[in-house]
Each structure stands twice: as C-alpha cells, then as structure tokens.
Design a protein around this ligand. Structure first.
Ligand code: UTP
Length: 294
C-alpha cells in the first residue's frame, strides 16, 4: 500500500462571509495575530512528513504564492536592519514547503476544488485540509489519521463532537464504533437539523482519501447551494469502499466567519506571553466601561 505524501488545500472559495476583506485576498491569509491561518496548516502537514502541498487557488492566488516564496528585498532589508530572527523566520517559510498551485477557474464548490487537484495528485492516496480550520496540536491529529490509513488502507475522516446548537453548521456522520478510537462511517448528512442528525459527530475538515474519491467527484451532482459537495462524493464513495473515522481530541478553531475568527484570535492571543497581560487589561477595561454605561 502506498504512503500518503501529498496534501490538497482548497483555498479558492469566495469567502463571502469575510467581504470586503476577501475581495483581493483569500480568507486563508487572514492573520491569527501575526501568522496567516494557512501557515499553521502547512507547518503541521510538513511536520508529519507531507512532501507536496497542492493549493487549489482562485483569482486572488498571489498572496499565498508570495507568502511561501522568497522575498529578496524584504530579506535584504531585514539583514541591513540587523533583524536576524525575523530574517530567519521569513526565509524558513519559503524553505518549508514544496508547493504546487492548481487553479479552480469557477467556484463550483469544495468537491469541485478537490477534483481540480487530480492531475497533481495522480493515482495516489492524499490528505485534504480545509484552509479555514486550525487544530491545536494538529500534528498529533494528523499522525492519528496517517496511522489509521496505514492500518486500513481506506479513506479516513476526522470528526469532532459539537453541541446541539452547532449541528446544522456541519456535515454530520452516522457511525458504528469499532474500538475506543475508531469508527466506521455508515452515512453522512450535510448540515442536518438537530432532529435529523444521527449523532453529534461533525466532519472537521481533515480527510485522507483513496484516489477513488476523484471518480466519485466526477459523477457528483451539484447539491446544497448548487455546489459540488465533498460530502456528497463521500456518500458515493461509501457505496464502494469503507470510510473510517476518529475523534479529534484537540481544540478545533473555525476561522471562516468573523465571530469565530475573533474567538480564535483572542484565544491565541491569550496563549502569547508577549501579549496576554496587556490584552487582558484592555478587555477588562472595555467590559467595565460597558457595565458602567448599561
Ligand atoms: P467554505 O464554504 O467555508 O468557503 O469552504 P467559502 O465558500 O470561501 O466561504 P463563504 O461561505 O463564501 O464565506 C471551505 C473551504 O473550501 C474552499 C474555501 O476556500 C475554504 O477553504 N473552497 C470552497 C474552494 O476552494 N472552492 C470552492 O468552490 C468552494
């Protein structure tokens, strides 16, 4: 059985929930303090041994390409200014990844974006990581995924428990438990109401796929929102191949809408020793002021 060496990052969506910020820039480049969201994901993929990262990009691809490339003028400037630590950091970002850029010319949905990566992935198993989700200690979770893939040789998806009020935001899985940490998928339902939902286990946005998914994506009809949905292709895949799953134990951060993005930024800011003290005082100040006014 082949090892997983490639990862696909779909980053071509409109990011309408973040307009106008995303008019000329992908939402995956929004910063969590001073690091773009996409960099967290790429670092984790590289740290678990992924060799090729395939970005499925759209019209505004330049920012991502430039971020993972050298910037000689900036490097020269930092060198002259004696900012060695920053210099090392910006060069390291370009050195870290062996990128392939594929264009999704029309935003026909996440499933369609993944299909665009087929020529670059070829007939190999591969990972898919959604570019607007950050997982704490992501390496730990990806290692679990790769380990399960080695064991079963089938597609694997990461799941997380969500509260009832959040169920309708996610793809939800109907599962059968195999052992303490592994499930087998029986069905998948995209954004169900809490009453329809077969569980509270939501698809996180990290997948390992056998190349059969490409065949299924080619026959997947537009679904919810008129888009070619990855979940619908996974349902077709279930007819031919088993899909396994595991539960993510580390916190998952959505960054795809302004409120969850802000929650993520504040959570990460509190983890930073250089910021957390003053931020805490600032937030306390705002809350006190609000209390006094109301
Ligand atoms: P989302 O639905 O969260 O992203 O897709 P979006 O469509 O850009 O956002 P909104 O709903 O308009 O605010 C999940 C991931 O799939 C990518 C997105 O870039 C995001 O990382 N995607 C989505 C594509 O690459 N192509 C598509 O056609 C759709």
């Amino acid at each position: 059985m082949r090892e997983i060496r490639k990862a696909v990052l779909p980053v071509a969506g409109w990011g309408t929930r973040f307009l106008p910020a995303t008019k000329a820039m992908p939402k995956e480049m929004l910063p969590i303090i001073d690091k773009p969201i996409i960099q967290f994901i790429v670092e984790a993929l590289i740290n678990v041994g992924i060799e090729n990262v395939i970005f499925v990009t759209g019209r505004h691809k330049k920012a991502i390409e430039n971020h993972f490339d050298y910037n000689h003028e900036l490097e020269e400037h930092l060198k002259k200014a004696g900012k060695e630590k920053l210099l090392k950091e910006v060069v390291q970002i370009a050195n870290m990844v062996n990128p392939i850029y594929v264009r999704q010319k029309e935003q026909l949905g996440l499933g369609h974006a993944v299909l665009m990566a087929e020529p670059a992935v070829s007939n190999e198993p591969f990972l898919v990581a959604l570019g607007d989700i950050i997982i704490e200690n992501e390496e730990e979770e990806l290692k679990k995924m790769l380990k399960l893939f080695r064991k079963y040789g089938n597609s694997i998806i990461a799941l997380m428990e969500v509260p009832e009020s959040e169920i309708s935001k996610y793809g939800i899985a109907k599962v059968r438990e195999l052992d303490n940490e592994t499930f087998i998928i029986e069905d998948l339902i995209e954004k169900p109401s809490p009453e329809e939902a077969p569980s509270n286990l939501a698809i996180v946005g990290r997948y390992a796929f056998t190349p059969t998914i490409f065949e299924k994506l080619k026959t997947t009809k537009p679904g919810r929102g008129g888009e070619i949905q990855l979940t619908d292709a996974m349902k077709l895949l279930l007819e031919d191949e088993a899909i396994y799953a595991y539960k993510v134990n580390n916190p998952v951060y959505d960054t795809g809408n302004p409120l969850d993005y802000l929650r993520t930024v504040i959570t990460f800011a509190f983890k930073r020793e250089d910021i957390n003290g003053k931020l805490r005082d600032f937030l306390k100040g705002i809350l006190n002021e609000e209390r006094t006014l109301s």
